[in-house]
Design a protein around this ligand. Structure first.
Ligand code: PEP
Ligand code: MN
Length: 345
């Protein structure tokens, strides 16, 4: 952080400000220019940011040269974060795919989906037990029962599971039953939930808020990491724009931006990004070549009868084809679907 002082400021006032800043734990380097005195702050400026420096009457302007997110920042942690779940490596150069229905609809259905996803080569099974629906009258998910079905389906098929959490009181259940806990777009800024998830030892898949900037998204990751849980996986799932042909607009550019700014892995969800089943395939391909670490895809055996998001769900046969395409593209990008030595089971 750089603080430029107003010309002609009294020496005593400058010293008073410097002493206050030093008391906040930063090193203050002073540069007396012809017109302006400039103070460069070195070290952790988190405490300083709490003070209204800009409104101090001797301050001309404040230039923040540090991004507000620190632990999620690549400057803080230059190598890529690699998260190991169920024998797979997320962010470690392997391209991973999480796939399954939008919601857990019944024990039989999720078990069938688990077998199909595993056979197609997906690394993780997705399925929502707690569904954050826009309408209170839409299917809200099977809740705790759904969580049990999902866990059983994953265990029987030998595929780790990912599912969305909506409230703090379910954390213990999720820790017991789930391999990756998803925070949905609507809860990206539920800071109380994020902080609590920062205190557990379980990877968190943090979806981008539908109206969140990249910086806000990374700040949400910071909430989790700052409490101690460093295993955060980001997921770009489309944002709201003026375009309304698609449900959301896939911000494909966010992938290279996030990879540059942060060391965290980033997945792309082409299903929620488009809301249209025939767009899933082209957007998935784009995600691979844009440098994403993986995909989150909605698949359903009978999309027309799906209890949620049928319109954006692809059928298992199409998913099979998609996986084959992805495998080729990902290997061109130097990101095999399997880690070295990892057998396809
Ligand atoms: C989901 O993955 O099922 C979901 C609800 O996603 P999002 O939070 O991105 O809308
Ligand atoms: Mn969905």
């Amino acid at each position: 952080m750089i603080i430029v002082l107003k010309p002609g400021t009294e020496e005593a006032r400058i010293q008073e400000l410097v002493a206050m800043l030093e008391a906040l734990g930063v090193i203050v380097q002073r540069n007396n220019g012809v017109d302006y005195t400039v103070l460069a702050l070195i070290g952790d400026t988190t405490q300083v940011s709490q003070y209204p420096i800009e409104t101090n009457d001797i301050v001309h302007k404040v230039v923040r040269i540090q991004e507000p997110f620190k632990r999620a920042n690549r400057l803080f942690h230059p190598p890529d974060t690699v998260i190991r779940v169920g024998g797979h490596e997320i962010g470690g150069g392997q391209f991973v795919v999480a796939a399954g229905p939008c919601a857990v609809e019944s024990e039989k259905h999720i078990c069938e989906m688990a077998q199909l996803m595993k056979a197609a080569g997906a690394h993780f099974l997705r399925g929502g037990a707690f569904k954050p629906r826009s309408s209170p009258y839409s299917f809200q998910g099977l809740g705790k029962e759904g969580l049990t079905y999902l866990a059983r389906a994953g265990r029987d098929a030998g595929i780790p599971v990912v599912t969305e959490i909506m409230s703090i009181d379910m954390i213990d259940e999720f820790v017991k039953n789930v391999d990756i806990i998803q925070v949905g777009t609507r809860n990206m800024q539920n800071f109380t939930l994020l902080r609590e998830l920062g205190r557990i030892d379980k990877p968190i898949l943090l979806k981008r808020g539908m109206s969140a900037t990249i910086e806000e998204w990374l700040m949400s990751a910071e909430y989790i990491i700052s409490e101690g849980n460093e295993n955060v996986i980001l997921c770009e799932r489309g944002i709201r724009t003026f375009e309304n042909y698609t449900r959301n607009t896939l911000d494909i550019g966010a992938v290279p931006v996030v990879k540059r700014l942060s060391h965290l892995p980033v997945l792309v969800d082409p299903s929620h990004a488009s809301g249209i089943w025939w767009m899933v395939e082209p957007l998935a391909r784009a995600a691979v070549v844009a440098g994403a670490d993986g995909l989150l895809v909605e698949v359903h055996t009978d999309p027309k009868q799906a209890l949620s998001d049928g319109n954006q769900s692809i059928k298992p046969q199409k998913f099979d084809r998609l996986m084959k395409e992805i495998e080729v593209l990902a290997s061109i990008m130097g990101r095999p679907l399997r880690a070295p030595g990892e057998e396809r089971t």
